[in-house]
Design a protein around this ligand. Structure first.
Ligand code: AAO
Length: 514
């Protein structure tokens, strides 16, 4: 029996490595530092992410992209590749290598947003308006800096009238035609697969730990697998020999389309978009939803299996009306509800969690649509991205929101690490929007999203003692800057959570015991 289980472990370990985030043990979340400069990420790894137990960073696409001038340098220009050279508004290759090295050295890993489904838009023009100055021509599909030429694109395969994806119910169209006019690479060609793999292997050799696969829905799972099969194991300077890159594929599956997230399980994890859309609906109390219904959150709500899911409350698209999820998505703009949603996500065992970290932009709704949804990161007159400055109170300046530095969110990232591996336990609800649950004997959380007070004794599962609520404050030395919770010998504690509290939830865990 011993030999058999050892053998199974080995097989499972080898074949399933791409589902594992490759984070240090006990580090259970990553943060998307959207549009940050590499120099700032290196500093953030050292001064904040490592000391607070973050497992890694999803970075914006590091490869050369088109410089879009109408509108002026939108954030989305980075999803229009021109080559696989590592220079963008976030920095050049030297800065990229420095970031990866410094973050890895403090145990914070880097996950690259890999844009490999397409190159730039068909109307992007020609010349050298690209972030490394490489020449390209969208019209003739010429990208000499890779090089790709007309032969390397899917035009002949696409059967839609316009050449763009017109119908998401037609699987071939979704995968062989152009997503919003972006020139669609022919990933069935070994040459294209090899160029993409060469790019990804360059990043792996520098030391990255995995990839978000952009627009995975728009690639055939088998074509993507052929690319992934060409990838190197991770750099043994920081990872044990034989470790494969973590793969999470952006597949938007809200139901109702023929392409399913599960079609991609053979390659790695998938983004579970139902998660943020549903959680937003529940916390907003729309459509008759209430937090009491969260008792069977996870697979019980029709989500993909937990070990196949990458979850998030909002992402860089749906926080500004792009992609999918709709109006229910909670973001930093709705800070009070947002903190509850992120708190719930980080306390709940389902999925591998990604925290969003945004920049502020001048939202301007005209007929219900934000006409400034394109606005790029805080930048100077010459187009350079402004650095992330840190204020005396640890928040960020220069219009960087830094949700990951909000005390409530940072402390819940730590909570998730502390309760890692503990079961979902001691659920309680009032049949409405007051709910509580624990994670075995390590942590307990209580929410009051009703319009009245909560004052109740609950079984926490925790050892007796005085705990510091990590939402209203945190443990500093042997004192608590927030509310205290007293757990008696039988595990029961009294919770008082006012519906008028700044943050109407309370969280305690064994590392915040006084
Ligand atoms: C820009 C311009 C375009 C222009 C293009 C080329 O905006 O007008 O044609 O340049 O010049 C980002 C931006 C795009 C931008 C692009 C390139 O968001 O605006 O285009 O860079 O610069 C689909 C894809 C998904 C994609 C998402 C935005 O499936 O992969 O659209 N996300 C990723 C990135 C994103 C990036 C790209 C891909 C491209 O995260 O930042 O685009 O690299 C349905 C489908 C979804 C589909 C959405 C939106 O969703 O299911 O698959 O996502 O439509 O088209 C309900 C439904 C839900 C439905 C949704 C919206 O919620 O339940 O299923 O409605 O209809």
């Amino acid at each position: 029996a011993y030999h058999l289980s050892f053998f199974l472990l080995l097989v499972v370990g080898v074949c399933w490595a791409q589902y594992s985030p490759n984070a240090l043990s006990g580090r259970t979340s990553i943060v998307h530092l959207f549009e940050w400069r590499w120099a700032d990420i290196a500093l953030e790894c050292e001064r904040y992410l490592a000391p607070n137990g973050f497992g890694g960073v999803q970075i914006s696409p590091p490869n050369e992209n088109v410089i879009v001038t109408d509108p002026w340098q939108p954030w989305w220009e980075r999803y229009q590749p021109v080559s696989y050279k590592l220079c963008t508004r976030s920095g050049n290759e030297t800065e990229f290598r420095d970031m990866v090295t410094r973050c890895n050295n403090v145990g914070v890993h880097i996950y690259v947003d890999a844009v490999i489904n397409h190159m730039c838009g068909a109307h992007a023009g020609a010349g050298s308006h690209a972030t490394c100055g490489s020449y390209f021509s969208a019209k003739t599909e010429d990208f000499p800096a890779v090089p790709y030429s007309g032969w390397d694109f899917n035009d002949d395969k696409c059967k839609s009238r316009s050449g763009d994806i017109e119908n998401y119910h037609d699987i071939s169209q979704v995968r062989d035609c152009r997503l919003v006019s972006l020139l669609d690479l022919a990933l069935e060609k070994d040459y294209v697969r090899s160029k993409v793999a060469e790019y990804m292997n360059h990043l792996i050799d520098i030391g990255v730990a995995g990839f978000r696969i952009d627009a995975a829905k728009h690639m055939w799972p088998g074509d993507l697998k052929a690319v992934l099969d060409k990838l190197n194991d991770l750099n043994t300077k920081w990872f044990s020999a034989g470790t494969k890159p973590f793969i999470y594929q952006e597949v938007i599956d809200l139901g109702g389309e023929p392409i399913k997230g599960s079609d991609y399980f053979g390659n790695g994890r998938v983004t579970e978009f139902k998660y943020g859309a549903k959680l937003g609906t529940v916390i907003r109390k729309w459509n008759g939803e209430k937090m009491a219904y969260l008792k069977n959150w996870g697979e019980g709500w029709g989500f993909v299996p937990s070990d196949r899911a990458l979850v998030f409350v909002d992402n860089h698209d749906n926080q500004r009306g792009h992609g999918a999820g709709g109006a229910s998505i909670l973001t930093f703009w709705d800070a009070r509800l947002y903190k509850m949603a992120v708190g719930f996500m980080l306390a709940h065992p389902y999925g591998f969690t990604r925290v969003m970290s945004s920049f502020r932009w001048p939202r301007n709704f005209v007929n219900g649509r934000d006409v400034n949804d394109w606005v790029g990161p805080p930048s100077n007159a010459d187009g350079s991205v402004r650095p992330v400055t840190i204020n005396a109170d640890t928040t960020c300046g220069n219009d960087w929101v830094c949700e990951h530095r909000w005390r409530q969110i940072k402390n819940m990232v730590i909570f998730r690490n502390v309760v890692d591996g503990q079961p979902f336990s001691n659920w309680w609800d009032n049949g409405s929007n007051q709910v509580a649950f624990g994670r075995g004997s390590k942590g307990f959380i209580v929410f009051n999203n009703d319009d009245w007070d909560l004052n109740i004794s609950l079984q926490t599962g925790l050892p007796a003692g005085t705990y510091c609520d990590v939402i209203s404050g945190e443990k500093e030395g042997n004192t608590c800057t927030g509310e205290q919770v007293y757990v008696s010998g039988d595990g029961i504690a009294r919770f008082h959570v006012s519906n008028n509290a700044e943050d109407p939830f309370v969280a305690i865990h064994v590392n915040a015991k006084l």
